[in-house]
Design a protein. Structure first.
Length: 133
């Protein structure tokens, strides 16, 4: 009984410590602050199960940089959750400008996770060849 109690106490403390590194809640909070009616959320290169819970809505999964670019080019009310590596891919695609709303460490992995939003200029660029690939 003592060993079970000790194990439970360690697990509870560890869960509390690990919760501080949860990224989905702060990322979706940044989206909710800017969210308008009809806004859409998608994920590119990052989609933990908790993301849908905290978003409290459907989170479309973008599989290619092309899909992610088309999604963001759809207008300023679209938010993309991605990694810093995914963001670098978006920048290489020529889609600009992008606004980073929130960025957090990707614990326990290296790098960061962020919320990216397109701007009105991003939407205007949708007719550019770099987005229509």
């Amino acid at each position: 009984a003592t060993s079970t109690g000790f194990t439970m106490a360690i697990l509870i403390l560890a869960a509390g410590w690990m919760n501080a590194y949860q990224t989905s809640d702060p990322l979706t909070a940044a989206i909710h602050q800017r969210r308008e009616e009809g806004a859409e959320v998608a994920a590119f290169r990052h989609s933990p199960p908790s993301l849908i819970f905290y978003a409290a809505d459907r989170v479309e999964r973008m599989k290619t940089v092309n899909e992610a670019c088309r999604f963001l080019a759809g207008g300023p009310s679209r938010f993309l959750i991605t990694t810093d590596a995914g963001y670098a891919e978006l920048q290489k695609s020529g889609l600009a400008p992008l606004e980073v709303l929130c960025e957090r460490p990707r614990f326990p992995r290296s790098g960061n996770v962020m919320v990216v939003a397109g701007t009105t200029q991003t939407a205007l660029q949708a007719t550019d060849d770099s987005v229509r690939r």
